[in-house]
Design a protein around this ligand. Structure first.
Ligand SMILES: [Zn+2]
Length: 76
């Protein structure tokens, strides 16, 4: 498999934190996806996309336990 962005061939499965925007909040979901080690492009297959959509739905329905790891701040 070649990277479609940089044509690099070093694509490895890695744990990443996918960022989901839920309203004004951001939730990180740890998933394992193939990542290009040269440019950092992530490759999502159908199953991963479905998993993320499903998690997003659960998050919007508040069916997931979360803990706060930081804050999102904006210039006043
Ligand atoms: Zn790449």
């Amino acid at each position: 498999m070649k990277c479609i962005i940089c044509k690099g061939e070093d694509i490895k499965k890695s744990m990443v934190k996918e960022e989901l925007k839920i309203g004004v909040d951001i939730v990180y979901i740890p998933i394992e996806v193939p990542v290009c080690s040269s440019c950092g492009e992530r490759y999502y297959d159908r199953r991963t996309m479905q998993y993320l959509e499903n998690e997003e739905k659960k998050l919007k329905d508040k069916k997931v336990n979360l803990h706060e790891i930081g804050k999102i701040l904006e210039y006043a």
